[in-house]
Design a protein around this ligand. Sequence first.
Ligand SMILES: C[S@@+](CC[C@H](N)C(=O)[O-])C[C@H]1O[C@@H](n2cnc3c(N)ncnc32)[C@H](O)[C@@H]1O
Ligand code: SF4
Ligand code: SF4
Length: 385
Amino acid sequence: MLKYEDVKQVHLELSSHCNSSCPTCPRNVDGGIVSHELKPTSLSLEDVMKILPVDLLKQVSIMNMCGNYGDPIMCKDIIGVIRYIQKNNYLLELNIHTNGGIRDEEFWTRLGSLMATMPNSSVTFSIDGLADTNHLYRIGVEWDRLIKNVQAFINAGGTAIWDFLVFGHNEHQINDARRLADEMGFNTFLEGTPHSFNYNGKMRVVDRNGKFIRHIEPAKKLARPLHDITYNSIDFDTNINSVSEKYSSIRMAVLDKNHRSYDDQIKKFNDMDHVEVQECTAIRFSEIYIDSDGGIHPCCYLGHINKDILPMPELVYHKKWIDETVGLENINALNKPIKEIMESYFPTIKQGWNKTFAQGRNPMCVLKCGIQRPNGFIRTTEQIS
Ligand SMILES: C[S@@+](CC[C@H](N)C(=O)[O-])C[C@H]1O[C@@H](n2cnc3c(N)ncnc32)[C@H](O)[C@@H]1O
Ligand code: SF4
Ligand code: SF4
């Protein structure tokens, strides 16, 4: 598994707070309340300096400030954190992901000026439409404030990327958005295909009381075919040979989140024993994931330990698995150095790839990076590394 000396990329979740409540973001329930299981946190500058010492910062070439549960701009120390990074590795390829609706022009001018001194840095603004549509997915983001913020950042010398998730309600606006991006001085315009149309091929939006408001439809012209299926309608099939054709992920094929108890679903992990881990992204990109509590993980998938929500039994199980194998406090870089965590925790993940579930395999790797082979073999650890 990845060694400390070989880490080249860092995915850093500076905060799990957010001003928005996008309907399929794991931080909230269908765009309504923040999930009860999530206890939002942000890292301070002091935390970051402890977690990412100068020697590690100097060896890293790419840093992705994004995260699973929040928006990095919610971190009150973000300017200090970027100054710390700039001082020690100004050539770092730094990318910050944000909805852009947080803070004011003064902040964005400061951030733009600072990032202008880092030639390989950029901010990706997640803007899914125009004035009349962006808020339909980016619930709570005010258009006027967002546009002022982005313009202040660009005017101060920052490099901006527009990331446009294409839905049914905004697909007619792509060309206008491209034009606006040009006028404002964005560097790049990207079109993305959203996932998680989990309710009969649609997303659901509810209010803070859980009352249904509307559905969000996928775009007619999707960049990739849509395989997400309503959880309700999944019949578990132990012979999931055509899993990649039928389902968007093995997870969708294996789990039925509404109709089975946690214990029943956990038993299903036994049925994945013949599914092998195909490609470990953490190894491929030499990347580690740092969550906003200071937890260190091989990847963002395993970084989902903030939210033990029952409809996602693999997350509940994963957290329990860490606690029982290495202990949650022992994977936290506020308690011990990353090097030690990587030496004690990461090998246990890799060893699990060759085990059956009963022997102690963590199902997350299979659900996220697994592929079923027709003859049902599992590669050996030696072959994978
Ligand atoms: C949890 S967000 C954190 C960063 C920041 N708050 C943002 O939204 O850009 C991580 C990434 O997930 C993306 N995202 C949110 N909902 C998505 C969906 N349904 N399909 C694909 N990407 C999605 C966001 O646009 C962002 O790039
Ligand atoms: S802006 Fe990002 S973190 Fe915030 S709710 Fe949307 S996807 Fe989640
Ligand atoms: S889920 Fe497991 S196999 Fe996939 S990238 Fe993460 S550690 Fe590697």
